[in-house]
Design a protein around this ligand. Structure first.
Ligand code: SAM
Length: 255
């Protein structure tokens, strides 16, 4: 069997895990599903056999596409790179359920890209490297809390559903995995411009144990107008704190 390492191919072979995933996702006949990286169809088979109204899948490996289209003729199979394809066209309409046993090398840039389309997404279920899962679902004050945690939790409510060991995949990866549910938030705090949030996070986490007043010096925050203690460290601030800082910068840029 040809396995393309560069495409992060670790195929799921564990029937119990596959069933657990299908149960967790619980597709209904109203759902529009986008699967990222169907590979040899381990997940596609159980999910497609359930009753989704529409099933679209994006696969980069041309050698797998032919077999997939023969086996699942009613799927809208897209041949391409999910990091480059126009997401707005893939998610036309709204309320997409996105799923995937993601190649570890693209998971972070892909998530960041998908956060920009939260409006069109009902939920996302992903198999990820355990360490990435821990960062996504981390709490402030822990060592996993970082830029990705803040960005992800600004956009989504996140639940780590279960862990999966390397033996459930072929070839077995060197790391443990976890399966997560991400549901775009309907109660996001108001954010003037997401670019400012990225800017604040970049500066803040360049020294996660530094006092925030020092790491954000370059951004000229006027602390006296904020209800935020500038002596806190980057890893102690919450999502709401970071949104306050991003909006403060936006305000002053308008002046
Ligand atoms: N879903 C299958 C399973 O669970 O057995 C395969 C999972 S494997 C970890 C990742 C899959 O994503 C592979 O089929 C790989 O070819 C595909 N892939 C890798 N990079 C991709 C990209 N940028 N865009 C679309 N598919 C990609």
């Amino acid at each position: 069997m040809v396995v393309r390492k560069r495409f992060g191919q670790n195929f799921l072979i564990d029937e119990v895990v596959i069933e657990d995933i299908a149960t967790a996702i619980a597709i209904s006949d109203q759902d529009q599903v986008l699967e990222i990286g169907p590979g040899r169809g381990a997940l596609t088979e159980v999910l497609y056999n359930s009753v989704a109204a529409k099933y679209r899948a994006v696969e980069i490996d041309r050698d797998l596409i032919e077999a997939l289209s023969a086996r699942f003729p009613h799927i809208d199979l897209v041949d391409g790179d999910i990091l480059k394809l126009p997401i707005d066209e893939l998610l036309c309409g709204s309320s997409w359920r996105i799923i995937g046993n993601l190649p570890y090398n693209i998971s972070t840039p892909l998530l960041v890209r998908l956060f920009g389309f939260s409006e069109a997404i009902c939920d996302m279920h992903f198999m990820l490297q355990k360490e990435v899962g821990q960062r996504l679902s981390a709490s402030p004050g822990t060592k996993q809390w970082g830029r990705l945690s803040v960005l992800a939790q600004f956009h989504c409510n996140i639940e780590e559903l279960f862990f999966v060991g390397p033996e459930s995949f072929r070839p077995a990866p060197k790391v443990d995995s976890s399966f997560l549910r991400l549901v775009p938030r309907k109660d996001k705090p108001y954010l003037e411009d997401e670019k400012n949030l990225s800017l604040v996070l970049r500066h803040a986490f360049s020294g996660r144990r530094k006092r925030i007043r020092n790491s954000l010096k370059m951004l000229n925050i006027s602390w006296q107008t904020l209800s935020l203690c500038p002596d806190k460290r980057a890893d102690q601030l919450t999502v709401d704190d970071y949104v306050i800082l991003a909006n403060e910068i936006a305000l002053r840029r308008e002046d």
